[in-house]
Structure formats: C-alpha cells, structure tokens
Design a protein around this ligand. Structure first.
Ligand code: FE2
Ligand code: FE2
Length: 303
C-alpha cells in the first residue's frame, strides 16, 4: 500500500471536477475532419504506406470513433460492477460509499457522452461505422467472472486511459481540438477512477483466499482474451468502414498487412498499454507476485 490513495482524498478531487456533457459537445463544438483524431502511437495508420495520407487520416478517424465507442462499451460493465460492489458496504464508510457512487455516476455520464459523440461522428462523417457489441452481451460475459478478475480488468483499463492521455494526447499539436477535448475531459475523471479501483482491488483481494487470488488472476487473463477476440472483430469492422468510405479494395497482401498492423495497434491500445502500466503491475504484484510475472510474460504479445 505504497500509493497513499484514500477514498476521502479521491472524493474531494472528484467533487472539484464538474463538467456537463452539454458543455463539451454539440452546437459549435463539432469535430474537424480535416485533422486526425488519434495519436499515431495508438493509431499506427502511417505504418500502412500503401494508403494515401488522406486514407491514413480517414482510418485514423475511424479508429477514433471506435476508441470512444469501445470505452462506452466497456464502461457498461464497469457501471453495474461498481453498483454491486458499493451496495454491501453502504453502512461501512461514508467516504467510500460516496466515492464509489461518484465513480459509477461518472461512468454513466461517459457512456452517455460517448453515445452523443457517436451520433455526431456519424452525422458529420457521413458513413456508419460498426462497433463490437451489444454492450449488454459483453457486460454479461465479463461480469460472469470473479469480482477480483473483473476489478483487475477495470484497473488495467483505468490505467491505460491515463497512459494514453499523458503520453500521447496531452501535448499532441496536430489532433482535432474537439476530439482532444473529449479525451481530456474523460481523462480528468478517469484519473480518480484508477485510484479508486486500486483501493477496490486491494479490498476485494484482502478477503480472498490464495486459491481465490489465483482464480482472480486467471479470470483477469480470460477477460483479456475475451477483449482480444473483440479487438480482432473491431479491426475487421474498421477496415471494412475504410473500404466503404474510400471505395478502394486493397490487394490481398495489403489487406492482410493492414489487418495485422491494425490488430496489433488495437492490442497495444486496449491491452498492452494497460498490462505494462507500472501502477497496474504494482497492484497486481502486491496481491500476486506470480500473477504479475505471468502478465509480464505475455504482455509483449500485446505491445
Ligand atoms: Fe470513463
Ligand atoms: Fe473510468
């Protein structure tokens, strides 16, 4: 417990950050399709040299659409999980109850925000882009695992959001300012979520037997593989959308290369960047040194 996070401090920070969906999207705040949406470290579209710069930018924007849509989808399992975790402790600690309810409320706001974004994107982009789902089916599959496995998966997601914003988005000058603003506002609240989920993982783990810890780590890995299957499907959706928008059919070898590069870009974005985050690994190592070793062993395949 070297991190020093507390429910009280995190609640206090979260209460100072207040933005409304209406303040950050809609009206004059529209997306600028002349610019890329995603940083190249996550998009990896420039690696596809057989695409023109305009096609690379279009794929980048399709990836941006998928990015916020996928966060919307995963937050649909985070929200019920938090409510389930909060209810049994309602009487225990007022700061904890309020911090976790705030966490849940912010995720509900993000789910709503990303739905509004998706409608705006499609309106202005002029093409439909498919996203994996439906969210209820994904939530059902994830929540069938043990609470520790789910909490670890959420912890990985919260830390990866931090890493994306701080390492690749905050100082990027070339991205669409509106898309960047959505990422920034999301990140501001996610910063508290990473701390709260750290406390939650520790609390759940403290009640687990060694066998349950082992099961939790195993469930975390199963959820990771489930997400990886979803990313493969999303990669296909994104490349199909690119083909519809550009009207261009790639040769077999270029199509294969596009799929491999983009699947790996998705793996890094949604799995590798979280699995290798030092704060995620620190928490995992604290509850299961063997689990940390295992995750560190497989992480390079997702980077
Ligand atoms: Fe969120
Ligand atoms: Fe979050």
């Amino acid at each position: 417990m070297a991190h020093g996070y507390t429910y009280q401090d995190t609640l206090a920070t979260s209460e100072k950050i207040t933005w409304r969906i209406e303040d950050i999207i809609g009206g004059a705040k529209s997306l600028d399709f002349r610019k890329p949406f995603m940083p190249e470290t996550l998009a990896r579209t420039q690696a596809l040299g057989f695409l023109s710069p305009a096609e690379q930018k279009t794929l980048n924007q399709i990836r941006g659409h998928a990015y916020l849509s996928i966060f919307g989808v995963v937050e649909e399992f985070i929200l019920p999980f938090l409510l389930d975790q909060t209810r049994p402790q309602l009487q225990k600690n007022d700061h904890e109850t309020r911090a976790l309810l705030n966490f849940a409320s912010e995720e509900a706001k993000h789910i709503h925000l990303f739905k509004v974004f998706r409608a705006e994107f499609e309106r202005d982009f002029g093409h439909h882009c498919d996203v994996i789902g439906p969210p209820e089916a994904i939530a059902k599959a994830v929540l069938a695992h043990s609470p520790l496995g789910v909490a670890l998966a959420i912890l990985m997601i919260e830390w990866m959001t931090q890493r994306h914003y701080l390492d690749s988005i905050k100082d990027a000058q070339d991205l669409d300012p509106q898309f960047k603003s959505l990422l920034k506002h999301h990140w501001m609240e996610e910063a508290q979520h990473a701390k709260l989920d750290t406390l939650l993982v520790e609390e759940i783990a403290a009640k687990c037997s060694p066998a349950e810890i082992e099961q939790g780590v195993g469930d975390f890995l199963k959820i990771g593989m489930f997400i990886d299957g979803g990313l493969e499907a999303q990669t296909k959706f994104d490349l199909e959308a690119l083909a519809r928008v550009t009207g261009r059919a790639l040769s077999e070898s270029h199509a294969r290369e596009a799929f491999e590069v983009q699947r790996q870009a998705n793996r890094w974005t949604y799995l590798g960047s979280g699995m290798t985050h030092p704060d995620f690994l620190a928490t995992l190592g604290e509850i299961s040194p063997a689990g940390r070793k295992q995750v560190e062993g497989i992480a390079p395949a997702f980077c």
